[in-house]
Design a protein around this ligand. Sequence first.
Ligand code: HPA
Length: 238
Amino acid sequence: MNSAHIEADVGAIADTVLLPGDPLRARSVAHELLDAPVEVTARRNMLGYTGRWRGIPVSVMGGGMGIPSTAIYATELARVYGVRRIVRIGTCGGIGEVQVGDVLLAQSGSTDSRFNRVQFGEHDLAACADFRLLRAAVDAAVALDLDARVAHVFSTDRFYSGDAALIDHLRRHRISGVEMETAGLYGLAMRENVQALAVLAVSDHLETGASMPAAERELGLARIARLALAAVETARIA
Ligand code: HPA
């Protein structure tokens, strides 16, 4: 048996999944960091792999861009494959005092998407990270001597909004990163009883215009993938 958008057999995906947006990033994380990675799904070219990290079964799979795509994969992972832990790894735009290259551990996800509202009787959901995973990521960052800050992020449906007033609102509310998935993933994880966390590298700064060169972007992503794996290991033994 498999699901509508994932062709892996049930049982072929680990209970812990790293979820980058880009399927090619899933492939490179699997090949560079996991032991014995096996491709388990490629439907719509949304590649997914299962391997081991220090003996722990871990899968890594692309989730696409934006809340709708991420939610399709996360929902099927939770409901059909019994996944219990999803760590998004990705990039975000920075706001305020964060710098390009900084690593953010997203404590909360605000959003302009209606996705959580529709599921929550038109009320405002406080879409939050799983505390145990967040704490494990903080501990893992200390152990790896990696500067990571716990931060609030905003998930937008509009990559090209050019909305200066929005940036002002975000800065006033001490929101440090803008991306397109975390709030939806967190809301969904709360409903599906899945632990979720987003580990994000600041790839560009929305106020200064600074941006990370492509080569550094790859290194940055490898760094956060390692941090996510270390967090998963810590969370499992905590
Ligand atoms: N906006 C939305 N998503 C992003 C950005 C951004 O500036 N940077 C990286 N992902």
